[in-house]
Design a protein around this ligand. Structure first.
Ligand code: NAD
Length: 487
């Protein structure tokens, strides 16, 4: 399979780049051209994980005592290194994940910005003082790091999600064992390299690649691991959560089935643009991607016309091509899953009115390319209306009233993100109250979230514990101690 020389990348344990004890490797391939091998990585086993956790445990006491300004300086330096190499890293990310190189560059830069953000916020993250009746006593809370944190991440935002977990973990004095998705290990290596080159002390950050079935259990059950922060599918999150001890802190950011409501007074052109951007950007592989459009009966026809017009203008191809809006699916499993749901849509009686075919000729021959698919006349109980697909498939469901639309929108197990297109302020504000979603938008795409604002879902989209991102993103990584000092 390998025709040209392909670089091999190692684990990073106790400050050293090292091979796995398993002596086994795996390849990461380009989903736009599966003949292109991006790199060779360590197929780690539990011996590696144990070493990584032990190194992180050993490094914890000193790192917890390290001055916050020193920790911040390391994050800032790593950010500068990522910025310096953003163009090269973006190309690597496009090669291993498939997203457009412009999106990949934005993601690398956003990750650098995340490191900088937490370098500042983490230095002023503190406890509170409490008034009390004793004039000779001061009562306050202090925030302390937890210890070793396992960071487990998916492939769709492989550096920005890792950065928004690792940066708050490190700045608050925790040590980390990081396991990326096996579809995107190279960009994860680059993040670790940046922190290594920025001078992170040995053992503070450790990195192991490999299959979840080989390394996953120990990463979440080892007694020295005090917290697990995970982003990925609801099924995997549920499995991990059930394995963790009750004293292990967990943060699970999971799947979504995000609705966009199009009201009778909506700007129809805007609604179609938001659907296309929210549903098809990143080839529909954003956890906050629009996968259901609930549209009022009276505007449905006009909306469908615009939606199909805008979708048919989207160019499909490699993320290195100018003007490409839809890249490949990230891996074969994704491809099979998306095609399976397109069949489910047809079987359940919805009408496929656009796309949905796998592309296999010419430039698409060696990649996981599928045309974006639009289904109409979808019923709320259809599988494509209920289950996460995580691909470029949009289910359009008709509703007669706002009340019906909200009921449909909420009738799923997920609650990650939702949006409404309307010019009616009353409907918009009512929607923000009625919708069951952790991120609620008006006249904006369901996708996208700020670095400085909280992010997380409701229902099966998150564990109901701690939010990620923003200042509250630091809470997960610290525990509160209440101190009474009498004098
Ligand atoms: P996945 O659940 O298959 O894997 C995610 C990560 O978890 C990978 O590193 C994987 O190796 C690891 N993993 C899987 N099972 C594990 C186990 N039992 N123990 C330990 N580690 C395990 O998800 P994916 O295919 O990489 O990503 C797509 C999913 O991620 C979608 O469901 C999407 O909605 C979700 N996602 C959620 C958010 C969010 O913030 N809510 C963001 C991005 C992606």
């Amino acid at each position: 399979m390998i025709t040209t020389k392909v670089e091999t990348f190692n684990n990073y344990i106790n400050g050293e780049w090292q091979e796995s004890a398993s002596q086994k490797k795996f390849y990461s391939v380009n989903p736009a051209n599966t003949g292109d091998v991006v790199g060779v990585f360590q197929a780690s086993n539990e011996t590696d994980v144990k070493q990584a956790i032990e190194a992180a445990s050993k490094a914890f006491p000193d790192w917890a005592k390290t001055a916050p300004s020193k920790r911040a300086a390391i994050l800032n330096k790593a950010a500068a290194l990522l910025e310096e190499k953003a163009a090269t890293y973006a190309e690597e990310l496009t090669r291993e994940e498939g997203k457009h190189v412009n999106d990949a560059k934005n993601e690398v830069l956003r990750s650098a910005q995340t490191l900088r953000y937490y370098a500042v916020e983490g230095q002023s993250f503190t406890g509170e003082t409490f008034p009390n009746d004793d004039p000779n006593m001061r009562v306050s809370t202090e925030r302390e790091p937890l210890g070793v944190v396992s960071v487990i991440t998916p492939w769709n935002f492989p550096i920005s999600i890792a950065a928004r977990k690792i940066a708050p973990a490190l700045i608050t004095g925790n040590t980390v064992v990081f396991k990326p998705s096996s579809d995107t290990p190279l960009i994860a290596v680059r993040l670790v390299e940046a922190l290594h080159d920025a001078g992170i002390p040995k053992g503070v950050l450790n990195f192991v690649t490999g299959k979840a079935s080989d390394v996953g259990d120990l990463l979440v059950t080892h007694p020295a691991v005090k917290a697990v922060t995970f982003t990925g599918s609801t099924a995997a999150g549920e499995g991990i959560h059930s394995k963790c001890s009750f004293i292990t802190r967990t943060q699970m950011e999971l799947g979504g089935k995000n609705p966009l409501l199009v009201m009778e007074d909506a700007d129809i052109d805007l609604a179609a643009t938001l659907t296309v951007n929210g549903g098809f950007s990143l080839t529909g592989q954003a956890c906050t991607g629009t996968s259901r459009v609930i549209v009022m009966k009276e505007v449905k026809e006009a909306f469908m016309e615009k939606l199909i017009e805008k979708t048919s203008a989207l160019r499909i191809g490699s993320g290195f091509e100018e003007g490409v809006k839809i890249g490949p699916l990230a891996n074969e499993k994704q491809l099979k899953n998306v095609l399976k749901y397109i069949e489910f849509g047809k079987e359940d009686g919805a009408d496929l009115v656009y796309g949905g075919e796998r592309l296999t000729s010419g430039e698409y021959e060696k990649g996981y390319f599928v045309q974006p698919a639009i289904f109409t006349n979808v019923k709320p109980n259809h599988r494509i209306a209920k289950e996460e697909i995580f691909g470029p498939v949009i289910a359009v469901i008709e509703a007669d009233t706002y009340e019906e639309a909200i009921a449909i929108a909420n009738d799923v197990d997920y609650g990650l993100s939702a949006s409404i297109v309307t010019n009616n302020l009353k409907t918009a504000s009512q929607f923000t109250k009625d919708i069951q979603a952790g991120t609620v938008k008006v006249n904006r795409t369901t996708t996208g979230n700020l670095i400085n604002a909280p992010f997380g879902g409701l229902k099966q989209s998150s564990t109901a514990t701690f939010r990620e991102s923003g200042r509250v993103g630091l809470e997960f990584f610290t525990q509160v101690k209440t101190v009474y000092i009498g004098y």
